[in-house]
Design a protein around this ligand. Structure first.
Ligand code: CP
Ligand code: NVA
Length: 302
């Protein structure tokens, strides 16, 4: 059977996602199965991570597998060994590879040359594990999200791009408020619109927030863009999620953030800590949804 990778949400069908969510719900209830017994999964983080790295490491262990951390600085990857060579070497020792990296082509190349499943733990372009898990959390909180309005406020970054990917599959309406010059990936957007997804980009955060069931934001300067921090602070000045913005959303709306968050920049402290915030549940659910992904791609079949 051909190996499967998880590089973007659109690598999965809605039927597969429903099955994954069922498994994630079972894992969350404590019904864990040892489906990775005897299997090793290598984790490579070329950017910083707290949640993703820990939830993968803990999740692999909980499923009976063995997580192996490979640091780029102390491995030959940091000295320039080609990805296509690394991919074939790792495939000889391990049953799956989890990678967080910069340019998206790096993970595509890894997946092309690896004979074991590759999971995207974030690239400059996408953050599929986070957004898939966020859709799980939203459904858990509010029930079906089909036809509902979800707002994205701020940078058209990897998170925004993965929400665009998810919109068509889950059938929600996505409105993104981004300052001019900080739009999501145009190719990805065009593809999603062609498939009939309901996605709109606006310049006014209030317009996006109005009647939404979820208000989402993320840092203004993602990893790799730190040098632009000050310029971005000015460009994003009207894009902070605060109580006034939350008031425009639907009365039972939730506030979402993948974290880490910068209080006083993209979100006010009272919103992040407020009763509409579901950020801690979002972080917790990463574990269960990723366990389901690991089981699906790498676990023993049958
Ligand atoms: N949300 C998220 O991916 O967090 P980390 O960068 O800590 O992994
Ligand atoms: N957009 C952020 C997400 C961090 C989890 C970044 O790429 O830094």
């Amino acid at each position: 059977m051909k190996k499967r990778d998880f590089l973007s949400i659109s690598d999965l069908s809605m039927g597969e996602i429903s099955t994954l969510f069922e498994r994630a719900r079972a894992f969350k209830k404590g019904n864990i199965t040892k489906s990775l017994e005897g299997k090793s999964v290598v984790l490579i983080f070329e950017k910083a991570s707290t949640r993703t790295r820990l939830s993968f490491e803990v999740g692999i262990s909980a499923l009976g597998g063995h997580p192996v951390i490979l640091s780029t600085e102390t491995s030959q990857m940091g000295r320039g060994e080609p990805i296509k060579d690394t991919a074939r070497i790792l495939s000889g020792y391990c049953d799956g590879i989890v990678l967080r990296t910069y340019e998206h082509f790096r993970i595509e190349e890894l997946a092309q040359w690896a004979s074991v499943p590759v999971i995207n733990a974030l690239t400059d372009l996408l953050h599929p594990c986070q957004v898939l898990s966020d859709c799980f959390t939203l459904q858990e909180q509010l029930g079906s999200i089909k036809g509902k309005k979800i707002a994205w406020i701020g940078d058209g970054n990897n998170m925004a791009n993965s929400w665009i990917d998810a919109a068509g599959l889950f059938g929600f309406e996505l409105m993104l408020a981004c300052p001019k010059g900080y739009d999501p990936d145009n190719e990805l957007l065009k593809k999603a619109l062609k498939k009939g997804s309901s996605i709109k980009i606006v310049r006014d955060a209030k317009l996006a927030a109005k009647d939404a069931i979820a208000i989402n934001t993320d840092v203004w300067a993602s990893m790799g863009w730190e040098a632009e921090k000050e310029v971005r602070k000015k460009a994003f000045a009207n894009f902070q999620v605060d109580q006034n913005l939350m008031k425009l959303a639907s009365s039972n709306a939730v506030f979402m953030h993948c974290l880490p968050a910068y209080r006083g920049l993209e979100v006010s402290d009272d919103v992040l800590e407020g009763k509409q915030s579901i950020v801690w549940e979002q972080a917790k659910n990463r574990l269960y949804v990723q366990e389901a992904i690991l089981e699906f791609l790498i676990g023993k079949k049958g």
